[in-house]
Design a protein around this ligand. Structure first.
Ligand code: ADP
Ligand code: ZN
Length: 704
């Protein structure tokens, strides 16, 4: 155990640097483990909060924490984030000049920095530094890259075993979001940390809503979905480069700011797409799976799978890129049989074909589930959920079953009559009595069940057949051109009275479902949250720092709710640490005050001129006051006029000349004390500004 004094120190560091009040899940246990110099393996889903597990030790430990990280883009973001929080950090990699590198090594040796990020390839340049004299802790991020079992194997990770040899008394903390046991074991063996304590967090990401829809008119559905979520960042994952380009074009044509990202782009283009997305300059990226690994953006609000992923690991990792800030996020998957067939083709011939196909099968079962989807996902990762989640499409809209025996019999007898030779498409054509070339060539229009099902739509037939396949009542022979085959259950349904229960197809009517919600959304564009978001965006451009590294969405939401109006109130917001308060506090508080001011007009207005008076007394010019108060100059002049009329000590002749005052005095007599300023304005042929007339009048009236 660690004594209370150190525990207090940890909490203080968490609040001071990160602005958080408490540790999440197992973070504190993990940190204490590291501080006791024990090797540690952390398995936590994306967005779970792994970084803090080594960043807090880095702050409280005496020497340097060396962080091994696979991607340069990722490193840069993390280092920027740490520096924004007031923690001194740097990275060391091949993108830097020899001079820069030398400089960084010196900073590490002189303890100017607390964390140093390095790619494994560059470790050789740090020979002198990898010494217990300087290093207090080693963190290995994305540790699954070490394992050829994992899905992101990087050969350069395999040499990391030398670290433990060279630093035998230094704790190593390895972190990953990949859960399976083989990978875990591999990490421990290769890093030579056999006694590492393992911390496996729950993989449940409750804030991500799960939904699966049939792949009809995908582009249209995607456009509607995005329009329903205006301004929200999201990723559309596609199977092919061509797909990414096509969808991106359609989205852009519909006014949605979209880029595409795939391996065919140059390095520069990929970097630009990624940066623009991180900076909120592009709202949507259509990408192949290559996109996302290097992205730590915490405000991705949704992920859409235009195509079915190869396996549940990939799917879960990709949807995990949404909602890292813990706020609500959505994952929408389009399920199509054509994708399944395509993915099977990709897998065939691979050295581990069987494994791949088994994994694809699990993915398919997930997509077709009629029970809580989160339960299925988590059970895949060996975690059992006691209750249904309530945040997936199945929980929200439980399917209603009906007696579909007759429908099933029609399908099965047609399969029999086409001699189990035809795939889904042709079978449906027969059922619906289509007179196309394929049917006529094969003479399928002459079989007895031709046209017995033209009362049911093509899509609905497809939906029913897929359910029969899922229930094992018929099956697809992938090696025989995907022809539908009978199974032992088929006969029971056809001849032995076995009943079949089916669900009705769900027809997505996005527009109808959403009008109310989208109306609410448009009204919200003037909300305080939106104003804070705009302010954050402006600062992010000025400082060349991704918006979410300034404050994440969760922090802005809390500001909107709490409306801090002083520094001490601002500091209570989760995500506001000491440094961010000092750097950004004023601007955000001003924005909140301004928002409040424009909401509660009357009561505030009455003494707003007194605020101006204070600034006036402190020697500011009208222009400076107007900038500071974000009020227009004429407004400030009207305050001055009122202050003067109220007898405050104002030197009016700083603002108007004696001759102006005399001219206005004369006008007043000639016009017989008119009631509006406009009459004066016209009297002077629009040559004297309103504010001057007002100022001069207050002198005339006072002196009268
Ligand atoms: P991971 O590396 O596991 O994907 P991160 O370390 O990027 O996750 O953390 C995800 C988000 O959660 C970040 O925005 C981070 O600031 C936030 N976070 C981490 N720990 C806490 C905490 N104790 N309280 C509140 N937010 C936290
Ligand atoms: Zn559910």
């Amino acid at each position: 155990m660690i004594d209370t004094e150190i525990q207090n120190q940890l909490h203080t560091a968490l609040k001071t640097y990160f602005g958080y009040d408490s540790f999440r899940g197992q973070q504190q246990d993990i940190i204490e483990n590291v501080l006791q110099k024990k090797d540690t393996l952390v398995i936590m889903p994306t967005g779970g909060g792994k970084s803090i597990c080594f960043q807090i030790p880095a702050v409280v430990l005496e020497g340097l924490t060396l962080v091994i990280s696979p991607l340069i883009a990722l490193m840069k973001d993390q280092v920027d984030g740490l520096n924004a929080n007031g923690i001194k950090a740097a990275f060391y990699n091949s993108s830097q000049s020899a001079e820069e590198q030398q400089n960084i090594i010196e900073q590490a040796i002189t303890k100017e920095i607390k964390l140093l990020y390095v790619a494994p390839e560059s470790l050789s340049g740090l020979e002198n530094l990898v010494n217990e004299k300087y290093i207090s802790c080693v963190a290995i991020d994305e540790a699954h890259c070490i394992s050829s079992w994992g899905h992101d194997f990087r050969p350069s990770y395999q040499q990391l075993g030398f670290l433990k040899k060279q630093l035998p008394n230094t704790p190593i903390i390895a972190l990953t979001a990949t859960a399976d046991k083989a990978t875990r074991q591999d990490i421990i063996e290769q890093l030579e940390i056999p006694h590492a304590d393992q911390f496996v967090a729950s993989f449940d990401r409750k804030n991500i809503e799960l939904e699966v829809r049939p792949a009809d008119a995908r582009a249209k559905q995607i456009i509607n979905f995005i329009k329903k979520h205006p301004g929200q960042s999201g990723i559309v994952y596609c199977l092919s480069r061509k797909n990414t380009e096509q969808i991106a074009k359609k989205l852009n044509d519909n006014g949605i700011n979209t880029d595409c990202y795939h391996a065919g782009l140059s390095f520069e283009d990929r970097t630009r797409v990624q940066e623009d997305f991180i900076f909120d300059k592009t709202q949507v990226v259509c990408a192949t799976v290559a996109f996302g690994m290097g992205i730590d953006k915490s405000n991705v609000r949704w992920v859409i799978h235009h195509n079915m992923p190869k396996n549940i690991e990939g799917y879960y990792q990709e949807i995990g890129r949404s909602g890292r800030d813990g706020l609500k996020a959505k994952a929408l998957l389009f399920h199509s049989y054509a994708d399944v067939i395509q993915l099977r083709k990709f897998a065939s011939g691979a050295s581990n074909e069987e494994v791949q196909i088994a994994k694809l099968e699990r993915m398919k079962q997930f997509s077709e589930a009629t029970t809580c989807r989160r339960k299925i996902l988590l059970s895949y990762f060996g975690e059992l959920l006691a209750d249904n989640c309530g945040n997936c499409d199945v929980c929200k809209n439980p399917p209603k079953f009906f007696d579909g025996t007759v429908i099933a019999q029609k399908i099965l007898s047609t399969i029999t009559r086409v001699h189990q030779q035809e795939a889904i498409g042709t079978l449906i054509d027969v059922l619906r009595g289509a007179n196309n070339a394929n049917i006529l060539d094969k003479g399928l229009n002459r079989i007895k069940t031709f046209g017995i099902g033209n009362d049911i739509s093509w899509k609905d037939w497809q939906h029913y057949i897929i359910q029969l396949i899922n229930q094992g009542i018929c099956e697809i022979a992938f090696h025989k051109n995907n022809a539908l085959q009978l199974t032992e259950f088929s006969n029971k349904v056809l001849f032995k009275g076995l009943k079949v229960y089916l669900t009705h197809p769900v027809h997505i009517t996005e527009q109808v479902k959403t009008t109310v919600a989208s109306k609410r959304k448009t009204v919200n564009s003037n909300s305080l949250f939106e104003r804070l978001r705009k302010l954050r965006y402006r600062i992010s451009l000025e400082e060349n720092l991704p918006a979410y590294l300034i404050f994440n969405d969760a922090t802005l939401k809390e500001m909107e709710r709490v409306r801090p109006m002083s520094e001490s109130e601002f500091l209570t917001i989760s995500g506001v640490g000491q440094r961010k308060m000092e750097v950004y506090g004023d601007e955000f508080i001003a924005e909140i005050l301004d928002f409040m001011g424009s909401k509660i007009k009357k009561p505030k207005k009455t003494d707003t001129h007194l605020v101006t008076y204070e600034l006036y007394k402190s020697g500011l010019s009208i222009e400076e006051i107007s900038v500071q108060r974000k009020l227009k100059a004429p407004t400030i002049y009207s305050h001055i006029a009122k202050l003067y009329a109220d007898g405050k000590d104002i030197n009016m002749y700083d603002f108007v000349s004696k001759s102006d005052v005399e001219a206005v005095h004369k006008a007043k007599i000639e016009l017989e004390s008119p009631s509006t300023l406009k009459e004066y304005f016209e009297y002077f042929n629009e040559q004297m500004d309103y504010f001057k007339i007002r100022l001069a009048l207050s002198v005339v009236d006072k002196d009268a």
